[in-house]
Design a binder for this molecule. Structure first.
Ligand SMILES: [Zn+2]
Length: 71
């Protein structure tokens, strides 16, 4: 629970985990974002070098709308 509410029906939103169906539900999908150009990854570690934050999913259980927020 949080104080976030659905913009359509004003019900409270529930935090959800985004899951890769092709991983048979074992792998949670970690979404990240960049605010400038292309994602740049480290050749050494493969990690994203210009990550500005992560993206998390929230569900309105009343209307099934899913919203994504940067955190
Ligand atoms: Zn809703």
């Amino acid at each position: 629970m949080s104080n976030r509410r659905c913009p359509d029906c004003n019900e409270p939103l529930t935090r959800i985990s985004l899951v890769d169906q092709q991983g048979q539900g074992r792998t949670s999908v970690g979404l990240a974002f960049t605010v400038d150009q292309e994602p740049r990854t480290s050749a050494w570690s493969g990690k994203l070098k210009n990550q500005a934050g992560t993206v998390h999913g929230w569900l309105c259980e009343a209307c099934n709308r899913v919203l994504l927020y940067a955190e």
